[in-house]
Ligand binder design. Structure first.
Ligand SMILES: Nc1nc2c(ncn2[C@@H]2O[C@H](COP(=O)(O)OP(=O)(O)OP(=O)(O)O)[C@@H](O)[C@H]2O)c(=O)[nH]1
Ligand SMILES: [Mg+2]
Length: 354
């Protein structure tokens, strides 16, 4: 694809860098970053003075797309696109959905992405109908109220059907889980921010060669393998987290993420080579997802990965999760200590069940 995309995000380094990498992960070429402190209000979803100053600069850039790195309404994306002389406007949720759609390879992942897309689409159709009622000709969005109702109803029906199919996957997984709990089965899952190194650790522990690319959301489906050298222990690699992930996406991926909930031990993988602020920002976002999924934090060990690249010397500290291990998955540094942590956790689980 490689199409030129300009970015509008919040004025801080974290958001700028993350948006840049998201755009690349979706297969576009990021060409410039503009910033705005506010998003979501008014006709354009941006302060109008801001939009005007961006318009002046964007004309020389030959951009085919603009990413608005927040959630905006369909009507705002439409107005903004008109304002920028027809450049296509995409919001953050749509970009993440595009990445997910490209990566989805299994039947379940495809259904999960489709469900998230439909959930995204319904309020947008309604919003465009509202605009049209105000007399605006909205091009491809030009549904009449009647067609729009029919369309929304058909989207709802599709959602219903997909949810039903996903429930079947879920039931199958629950049965598997129950069977496992009867036998010697210790489940370790890798959770954490996208790009933290989960798959690299998974490959190390299970002698697998799952793809690791350095792009966001390389992994979409969970894979379960035995951990080499530790009898009865299994490891599961899961989809990465990201900040400002809308709740409906977590919901759509519930059956995949639920594997984390069933785990005996959750390794919360973090990139410890990041500057302190960025590290904690991603760490907090990840802990919040775990809490939302109902994972008891007593089962969580923080893996402080990428120590080979560390420049800052801050020490990880959190009142809620005390257990942590520093490793470099890339250089195989301290991976033995991580293995010992898994073995110890297995032993205390055995003692609890005696
Ligand atoms: N320097 C360094 N890089 C690492 C280390 N571990 C992983 N990486 C790199 O970090 C990037 C992301 O690694 P992945 O294992 O794909 O990360 P992930 O958490 O599975 O990412 P998603 O699947 O997108 O959620 C890759 O470029 C890896 O080579 C490490 O210990 N040190
Ligand atoms: Mg991965």
């Amino acid at each position: 694809m490689d199409e030129r995309m300009a970015i509008i995000t919040y004025p801080n380094e974290f958001c700028k860098q993350e948006a840049w990498e998201l755009v690349q992960s979706a297969g576009y070429s990021p060409i410039a970053i503009f910033t705005s402190k506010k998003f979501g209000n008014g006709k354009l979803g941006l302060p109008s003075g801001k939009a005007t100053s961006i318009k002046e600069q964007i004309q020389q850039l030959d951009a085919a797309f603009i990413l608005v790195d927040e959630h905006i309404k369909a009507s705002q994306a439409y107005e903004l696109s008109k304002f920028f002389d027809g450049i296509r406007v995409i919001d953050r949720n749509k970009l993440i959905l595009d990445i997910f759609e490209n990566r989805a390879s299994t039947a379940e992942a495809k259904l999960q992405v489709k469900l998230a897309e439909l959930t995204y689409e319904i309020p947008r159709v309604k919003d465009m109908v509202r605009i049209r009622r105000q007399g605006e000709q909205t091009g491809m969005f030009g549904y009449g109220a009647y067609e729009a109702d029919k369309y929304v109803r058909s989207l709802r029906r599709q959602m219903h059907e997909i949810s039903r199919k996903l429930d079947e996957f879920r039931t199958r997984k629950e049965i598997q889980m129950e069977k496992r709990q009867e036998g010697d089965f210790f489940l370790v899952s890798l959770a954490g921010y996208t790009g933290a190194g989960k798959t690299t650790i998974f490959n190390l522990m299970s002698d697998q060669e799952k793809p690791v690319t350095g792009k966001y959301f390389t992994t979409l489906t969970t894979t379960l393998r035995t951990i080499n050298g530790i009898n009865g222990a299994y490891i599961s690699d899961t989809v990465g987290f990201i900040e400002r992930l809308p709740h409906y996406m977590i919901d759509s991926f519930k059956s995949t993420l639920e594997e984390i909930t069933y785990s005996d031990l959750v390794l919360l993988v973090t990139d410890y080579s990041l500057p302190e602020n960025e590290f904690y920002r991603k760490y907090r976002a990840s802990v919040n997802v775990l809490k939302e999924l109902g994972v008891p934090l007593s089962r969580v060990t923080v893996v402080l990965n990428k120590v080979d690249k560390r420049k800052d010397t801050y020490k990880f500290q959190d009142d809620e999760i005390s257990s942590s291990v520093e490793i470099s998955a890339k250089n195989n540094f301290n991976v033995q200590v991580l293995r010992s942590a898994i073995i110890n956790s297995m032993k205390s689980a055995e003692n609890r069940s005696l």
